[in-house]
Structure formats: structure tokens, C-alpha cells
Design a protein around this ligand. Structure first.
Ligand code: ATP
Ligand code: MG
Length: 393
């Protein structure tokens, strides 16, 4: 019965001129996700409201699922839109709406009317009271509860009329593109896809970098990262994935530096490379899936030693999350099953038996001097041989 959806979005920070930036970004993302859903849609913007209206047949579930992936959407309300043909016609429509959606369910309800069109000849309170009375007359199992109703039947009186009562939660957040672009360090693990999702949810476009170390990491491991990027891009929009060949740098560190410092030094080179890529591609920050204490390279001392090489902001949205909470989000966004596939990671291949857990920045910097001879050249080579995979375009 529904041909349209009322899209509600957060009002905070979207006053005045910002509102248009926010709404435009939201609308263009809605168009993007609906392009993949079955059906043709029209998007109508009207005084603080956005309606998505299907033109002809469409797949309801697929459409709702797509809208649930649009950041900035607070709720999705399936709505019946009518032309304004006076109160009697509205009343007919409301009764058939209630019958269709609730049948003879026993429930409490109230009617809530918003009269935007001041030409409508009745006041909103009057409309609510009159409709409430007629519903009671027709549906003996229903009763009114104005304080804690199970169902709120919304009537919107505009140049046309909207009737809705179902409210499907959206993801919240800010529309993509309202907060610049960042570079996500994307591994094949559970955490980094979630980190990318969370930052994108604040309106940030995401590009990604993956450090690949053939033959220590296989094509399958790389494919897993590509698959994860695809899953994440359902929410974040297209992702440009930079695949950086990290083998030579990793081997060189292994050859020259103390083995217990290997992971930290490797991570510092990942950050340096990611930062250079970010600068070259208009990204203003880095994003990682690090979380305090999760592994030796994520103690506060290790994080500080890693961060020592970063001049741009590094967003670590999972920093204070427990693994369990990260897993919950990974499951919700559908990356979990892919993340747990058992392919090797470039960090595990060379990992020391007893890595330092409290690295001193000074000591790490000194160890890196041992790399002076060839590391510059190797970094150049890594950039020169990068492979770019366009995801979700
Ligand atoms: P994840 O589950 O995201 O792999 P993790 O718990 O395995 O994280 P680490 O392997 O220490 O932790 O990595 C910490 C962060 O560094 C990752 O979340 C990711 O952002 C980044 N990272 C690690 N390995 C790679 C890689 N091969 N390519 C790109 N980024 C990486
Ligand atoms: Mg990992």
C-alpha cells in the first residue's frame, strides 16, 4: 500500500545555510543508493521534509534496506500520500489505512496532526480529535492513550496529505560528503572495516590503503580486503583502494632492525606511506582500527610510538571499544563473516615472539637510522608500484 517514504533527519547543526548543504548531500546519497534498488523513484524536498516516492512498481524491502544505509537518516516512515480533497476524504483514507496496517489488533493509539498548510479549514487539534473518534467507532479493539500510545498515527497537512505511523530507524550520523575525506588503513581484520564505517557515518568520504606483502600474503588475502571494501562501500559510497606492495620494506626492516621492534617500525612505515597517499589525494586525516591494549602494538606506549610519525590527525574511532562491541558492529554492517576468514596478514608473518610492549620513541627512532641507506628508495618504489582498485563505482 505504501508508495512513498518520509525521511527524517537530525536537526542539530543544520540550521540556516548549512541546512541546504546537509539536505543536498543527503538527497544525492539517497539517489545513489536507490539507483541499485529495483524501481524508479522521485525525491521531493519540502519545508524540512524529504519524501522518496516510488513511480510505479518497486521492491519495498530492498528500498528500506537501501535507505537504512544512508548516513544522516534518523528514520524512515512509510507514508501514504493523498491529494487534499477535504476532511471527509481524509477520514476515509485514515480508516482504510488503519484497517490495512493494524486490522483488528487490540492496541492504544493517538492521532497527531501537523498543519503546515494553514488553508486547511480545521485546526490540527480538531482534526486529531475527530479522526480519533472515528477510529474508535470503527475499531472496537482500539483505545486512545494520549501519554503512552503504542501507535502514533501522524497526519501531515501540507499541499497534499501524508498519513504514517511506522517509524523504521535509520543509521543516524551525517550525510556523506559533509565532512571531507579520510584515508582508512584497511586490513583484512575485524576492526578496520568498522573504523571506516564509523568515521564515514560522520559524513566523511573514505579512501583506503592496504599493505600487501606477497608472497607472505596471498592473492586470497588481498581479495578478502577488496571484498571488505565492497561491503563497507555499501555505506560509505565508492572507495578508491590503494594496494601498496610492502614486502621489500618489511624484509628490509626484518634484516636491519631489532626483531622485538619490528611491528612498531613496520607500523610507523605504514603510517608514513598512508599519510603521503592521503596528502596526494586530498584526504585530511588517517583512520585506523586500533584499540587500546588489544595487541602488543596497541598499548598506549606503542600507539604513541606509532603516532610519532604522523603529522595529520589520526582518527581511531575504536580506541576505547572492547572487542565484543566491535564485533557487534561488524555483524550489524555485515563485514564480520568476511573478516574472520582465515587468510594471513602481513603483520603476522614477521611478528616477533616477544614484541616490545612499551617501546621508547627515542629507541625506535635510533633503530630506524639503520634503514637510512635504502628505505627512501624503497618507499619511492612502493608508491611507484601501487595498484588502485576502484570499489563501488
Ligand atoms: P584489524 O582487525 O583492523 O586488522 P588488528 O586488531 O588486527 O586490526 P593490527 O593488525 O595491529 O590490529 O592493526 C591495527 C590497525 O592498523 C588496523 O586496524 C588497520 O587500520 C591497520 N593495519 C594493520 N595491518 C594493515 C595492512 N596490512 N594494511 C592496511 N592497514 C593495516
Ligand atoms: Mg589486523
Amino acid at each position: 500500500m505504501f508508495q512513498a517514504f518520509l525521511i527524517k533527519y537530525g536537526e542539530i547543526g543544520v540550521k540556516g545555510k548549512n541546512r541546504y548543504v546537509f539536505e543536498n548531500a543527503l538527497i544525492s546519497r539517497i539517489k545513489e543508493v536507490l539507483a541499485d534498488a529495483e524501481g524508479m523513484f522521485r525525491i521531493i524536498r519540502e519545508q524540512g521534509r524529504i519524501y522518496v516516492e516510488a513511480e510505479g512498481a518497486f521492491d519495498y524491502d530492498e528500498t528500506v534496506a537501501a535507505l537504512k544505509r544512508v548516513f544522516g537518516v534518523v528514520s524512515i516512515c512509510p507514508v501514504v500520500l493523498l491529494e487534499d480533497q477535504g476532511f471527509e476524504a481524509l477520514s476515509e483514507a485514515v480508516l482504510s489505512y488503519v484497517k490495512e496496517v493494524y486490522g483488528d489488533r487490540s492496541m492504544t493509539f493517538k492521532v497527531l496532526t501537523r498543519r503546515v498548510n494553514k488553508e486547511f479549514p480545521m485546526e490540527s487539534m480538531e482534526v486529531s480529535a475527530e479522526l480519533g473518534g472515528r477510529i474508535l467507532d470503527h475499531f472496537p479493539n482500539m483505545s486512545v492513550d494520549v501519554h503512552h500510545p503504542e501507535v502514533i498515527l501522524h497526519i501531515e497537512l501540507r499541499h497534499n496529505i501524508g498519513i504514517y505511523s511506522e517509524v523504521i530507524p535509520g543509521p543516524g550520523g551525517m550525510p556523506l560528503g559533509t565532512n571531507g575525506r579520510s584515508m582508512l588503513l584497511l586490513s583484512g581484520g575485524i576492526d578496520s572495516p568498522v573504523a571506516g564505517y564509523m568515521v564515514a557515518k560522520r559524513g566523511v568520504y573514505i579512501d583506503a590503503v592496504y599493505f600487501h606483502a606477497p608472497p607472505y600474503t596471498s592473492e586470497r588475502a588481498k581479495q578478502k580486503v577488496v571484498d571488505l571494501a565492497k561491503l563497507v562501500s555499501r555505506y560509505t559510497g565508492p572507495i578508491r583502494l590503494h594496494v601498496i606492495n610492502f614486502t621489500d620494506i618489511q624484509m628490509y626492516i626484518y634484516e636491519k632492525c631489532p626483531h622485538d621492534e619490528l611491528t612498531i617500525i613496520m607500523r610507523r612505515y605504514m603510517m608514513r606511506i598512508a599519510q603521503k597517499l592521503a596528502e596526494d589525494t586530498g584526504c585530511l586525516a588517517l583512520v585506523t582500527g586500533e584499540s587500546i591494549g588489544q595487541v602488543a602494538s596497541q598499548t598506549v606506549q606503542s600507539l604513541a610510538a606509532t603516532n610519532d610519525v604522523c603529522a595529520m590527525p589520526v582518527f581511531r574511532p575504536l580506541i576505547a571499544f572492547d572487542k565484543e562491541d566491535i564485533v557487534t558492529i561488524a555483524k550489524k554492517i555485515d563485514t564480520y563473516e568476511t573478516s574472520i576468514l582465515p587468510y594471513e596478514d602481513c603483520c603476522t608473518t614477521f611478528v616477533a615472539k616477544h614484541p616490545v610492549t612499551k617501546p621508547k620513541v627515542e629507541a625506535i627512532r635510533r633503530s630506524e637510522l639503520l634503514l637510512e641507506e635504502k628505505i627512501g628508495e624503497m618507499m619511492e618504489q612502493a608508491f611507484a608500484t601501487e595498484e588502485i582498485v576502484e570499489i563501488g563505482k
